[in-house]
Write a protein that binds this ligand. Sequence first.
Ligand code: AMP
Length: 209
Amino acid sequence: MVRVVFVGPPGVGKGTQAAELARELRIPHLSTGDLLRAAVAAQSPLGRQAEGHMRAGGLVPDDLVLQILQERLGRPDAAGGFILDGFPRNPAQAVALDRITPVDVVVAFDLPSDVLESRLVNRRVCPTCQSVYNLLTQPPRVAGRCDRDGTELVQRPDDRPEAVATRLRVYAEQTAPLRELYRARGLLRAVDARGTPDEVRARVRRLID
Ligand code: AMP
């Protein structure tokens, strides 16, 4: 049983790593970004409130994110461990998480900012199965189509250049300070996120195992 939190700037590859590691470790991958995007797609009341914040690249208000996370963490499959991807994103969320569950390890991903920007603007996703591609480093086999299900790939609205700048700024101002908080508790393990997904995954596994 392992309860893992992934912290890192947008575009660092957290989601790709979390999805694959969760499969290997047989624990759920809990991404607040994915949960929020699903709520937006369903146009639930929460999704409608979150949508504008997400599109602009800002944070969704804490109470909404907490609501969606608490519901997900309360499901039976999360009782045996999880990888939390994209939460907490500010100190208040870290306090809220402490009240919900203990955490065993916090993996912090590091990548130079020019590489981050390139990964974000070249990212394309499958709206059906959420697979992630990169036009430069991991293109789909058939241009514009998902390898798994053939769905037409899309660019996330918040991967457009204007929103990317906001997201990187929000990360530096609100999320990066969490590293110190978790370092002080002895939970932080930093990982170099350069290289291929397989290379990075091997590094992360060494930190978790
Ligand atoms: P992500 O897929 O993790 O990059 O998240 C996409 C967007 O969802 C973010 O830019 C935020 O607008 C929103 N979001 C995801 N997780 C959180 C969170 N923990 N707190 C606030 N907003 C979030």
